[in-house]
Every structure is written in C-alpha cells, then in structure tokens.
Ligand binder design. Structure first.
Ligand code: ISJ
Length: 129
C-alpha cells in the first residue's frame, strides 16, 4: 500500500507490514509481544468490569427494595478522592481514573434506575434474555 501524509496515524502492524518493511522487523516483533500483554490486560479488565456490574446490580436491587435512590453523592465523593489518590500512587494520570469512575458509576446508576422501574427485578438487565 502506498503511503500518504496521513498514513502515520493508522499503520496496521501485522505480518504483511513486516514482510513489506524488513527494516522494522524488530519493532514489529516487539509490538506483537506487547500486544499479547495488552490482550491479557483487556481480558482481566473485562472480567473485573463484569464482576463490578454484577455487584452494583445487587446494590441496585437492595436500594430498589428499600426505597433508596440510585445515586449516593457522598459515596461518590469518597470514590473520587480515593481513585485520584490511588491513581497517582500507581503512576496513572488521575484524569484517566476519573474518566473510568464517571463511566462505571453513571452506567451503574442507569442500571439501578432500570431495576427500580422494574420493581426491584434485576432480570430486567439480563442481556441474554
Ligand atoms: C453502587 C452504588 O450506587 C451508585 C453507584 C456507585 C458505583 O458504581 O460505585 C456509587 C454510588 C452510587 O451513586 C452504591 O451506592 O454503592
């Protein structure tokens, strides 16, 4: 494939690329190894997200049955401060930790609302139904 001025933004690094540019073979091999680690991390992250949402859904059922609202801002303030702190300790930009927190908490609250609207039935979230 011929290179244009914008190609640097979206190079597909695969065996075809390696064959076409043997001078970059070492970089391609190293990237391939790093991608295996990235895939392992993504697998773990998805498994952890699944567990988090299963857990927050249980909280949603308890809240719906007890008549509590989906949102708890005091709990969220604690999480914001805590995730900021542990992100810095881990060498992660705290803005990324905040984007993660905002995403999961917003989605958890939407699910709480759906459970509440269904009278406390978590089956409403069953994506396989
Ligand atoms: C899960 C809860 O409900 C909401 C969702 C939260 C979360 O996803 O961590 C945190 C606070 C609440 O706004 C909770 O109150 O613990």
């Amino acid at each position: 494939m011929s290179e244009t001025s914008s190609d640097w933004q979206k190079t597909t690094i695969d065996s075809a690329q390696a064959a076409a540019h043997p001078e970059t073979a070492q970089a391609v091999a190293r990237i391939k190894a790093l991608r295996q680690t990235i895939d392992n991390i993504d697998s773990a992250a998805i498994a952890l997200l699944a567990e988090r949402f299963k857990t927050t859904s249980q909280v949603g059922v308890l809240k719906a049955n007890a008549g509590f609202a989906p949102e708890d801002t005091k709990r969220e303030d604690y999480q914001i401060e805590r995730l900021h702190r542990i992100a810095i300790d881990a060498g992660l930009d705290p803005e990324i930790a905040e984007m993660y927190r905002e995403f999961v908490v917003t989605e958890a609250k939407k699910r709480h609302q759906r459970i509440a609207d269904a009278g406390g039935d978590p089956g409403v979230l069953d994506v396989f139904a």
